[in-house]
Design a protein around this ligand. Structure first.
Ligand SMILES: [Cu+2]
Length: 489
């Protein structure tokens, strides 16, 4: 186990690059910006969106005024893996907006993108002129332009906002919009969380996702790929709500370990109790939301993840098998044609006779299938291919890595998961934060993609977590999204 002093040091050092410090129980919003300001005690609690901040607001008379800025952002989806996305107010997904049922809301939208955009309020029952469809309900908002949305919200539940330009959506332009009900839902929950599901296809050594692609190698919860996702921390015995929101090209079957939950709502609203469903996996379809609730009676660090196997991995894609190996992926800075040529090993993949199937396989031609051997599973090779990664070599993880059968290479099908070289992928230190305290050493090597943990801690352990949390400097607490963007909040 790493010692606590190094833990604290790395927490402080990492704080600036750390995404959201979740606003859990008792964490304070300022009165000015609290979504819950002015609400009676016993009302709904505010939601926590791990790794994503809340959008603050100011009151103007009886109107809650938000400023939402569409802009290019640098999103660190994994330590050191920074990709160029388009989002809102410095992050993709954008900040979470929380309001109360019945609120009058004004959203001043500034477009800092190099092309027209608008904001669609998904599922809102508001006038067409406010619906955010460019060319139909409103004029597209030009680069540098502003549009003011204003409406009264009579609905309650889990909603979201997004660009109504399809490819902008696929570059990350999505955010949660939670409408708290006038009367809190029963039974009351002690904590309420939001997870936004997104997916990106990013060529090796590139930073801009290919939005035409159908094969995603980076799958994120709240803009983070596991193990960088911040676990949801729960005191044992508490009732928990998790709201899942999906906007991408795939439906995601989200599975929770250890519990049978109730599906209590969807993107339409809260469901009447008679319609709740007992499940341990909920399919979150594209453009849908699903709310789940459970009583967290069993202690443990429980996986919550998409169960599509390819969505449980990072940097996972066909035809680019070498990208974690030997450094023989695409060279940095090359154009798309050269890059794809590299991947096919024999010239320009976009030339006439090798024409790639655009939109699949990261653009690599289906007519030019090319063997991509994974190479021998030797620690030395793996290390060379992963220069710069903190692999915790001192901790005995190297020995774990040699745990393959002597004749492994003779077995048809090998390697499968060994190919991911789990222990080599471990980055415990790089993702260390109060929410990861006490996890077994090397844990981070066995997770990826759309995964997080719901950590149900017995009260004494939970208090310990709160203590660690308190020791983070207030400065770090504020610097939540830490993505290098300008949040202006
Ligand atoms: Cu999935």
């Amino acid at each position: 186990m790493s010692n606590r002093r190094s833990f604290l040091q790395s927490t402080l050092a990492f704080g600036a690059g750390l995404a959201a410090v979740p606003k859990l129980f008792g964490a304070e919003y300022s009165n000015k910006t609290s979504p819950m300001a002015g609400m009676k005690p016993g009302a709904s609690i505010s939601v926590n969106t791990p790794d994503v901040r809340n959008l603050p607001f100011k009151m103007d008379g009886g109107v809650k005024v938000f400023n939402l800025v569409a802009e290019p952002v640098k999103q660190e989806i994994l330590p050191g893996k920074i990709i160029d996305l388009w989002g809102y107010n410095g992050s993709a997904p954008g900040p979470t907006i929380q309001v109360n049922q019945g609120d009058r809301v004004r959203i001043v939208f500034d477009n800092h993108l190099p092309e027209p955009s608008s904001v669609h309020w998904h599922g809102f029952e508001i006038p067409e002129a406010m619906d955010g469809v460019p060319g139909i309900g409103q004029k597209p908002v030009a680069p540098g332009g502003r549009f003011v949305y204003e409406f009264t919200l009579h609905q309650e539940g889990t909603y979201f906002y997004h660009s109504h330009m399809a490819m902008q959506e696929m570059l990350g332009m999505l955010g949660a919009f939670i409408m708290h009900p006038k009367q809190a839902y029963t039974p009351a929950v002690a904590s309420d969380h939001v997870i936004l599901l997104q997916e990106y296809a990013v060529l090796p050594n590139n930073t801009v996702p290919n939005t035409m692609n159908m094969e995603y190698n980076w799958l994120t919860f709240n803009g983070k790929a596991s193990p960088a996702t911040t676990p949801i921390m729960v005191r044992q015995g508490d009732r928990v709500r998790i709201r899942l929101i999906n906007l991408g090209m795939d439906h995601h079957p989200i599975h929770l370990h250890g519990f049978t939950f109730w599906i209590t709502g969807n993107e339409g609203a809260r469901l009447p109790e008679a319609q709740w469903m007992r499940r341990n996996t909920v399919l979150v379809g594209v453009a849908q939301a699903q709310d789940i609730e459970f009583d967290a009676i069993y202690p443990g660090s429980w996986m919550l993840h998409c169960h599509l196997p390819h969505h449980m991995m990072n940097q996972m894609s066909s035809n680019v098998g070498k990208m974690t190996r030997l450094g023989s992926g695409m060279n940095a800075g090359e154009d798309m044609e050269s890059g794809m040529g590299m991947l096919t090993n024999s010239g320009n993949a976009t030339s006439e006779d090798r024409g790639p199937s655009m939109g699949r396989g990261l653009g690599v031609g289906s007519t030019a299938e090319n063997e991509t051997p994974n190479g021998p599973l030797s620690p030395a090779n793996a290390m060379r291919g992963m220069a710069g990664m903190d692999m915790n070599m001192s901790s005995g993880q190297m020995t774990d890595m040699l745990d393959i059968a002597r004749d492994a290479n003779k077995i048809p099908g090998f390697p499968q998961d060994a190919y991911m070289e789990s222990p080599m992928m471990a980055m415990d230190k790089m993702v260390e934060k109060p929410e990861t305290f006490g996890l077994p050493e090397g844990w981070s090597g066995y997770v990826g993609g759309m995964m997080t943990l719901v950590r149900v801690l017995p009260p004494d352990q939970y208090d310990k977590y709160l203590e660690l949390k308190k020791r983070q400097s207030p400065n770090n607490m504020d610097n939540m999204s830490g993505m290098g963007g300008n949040h202006g909040a």
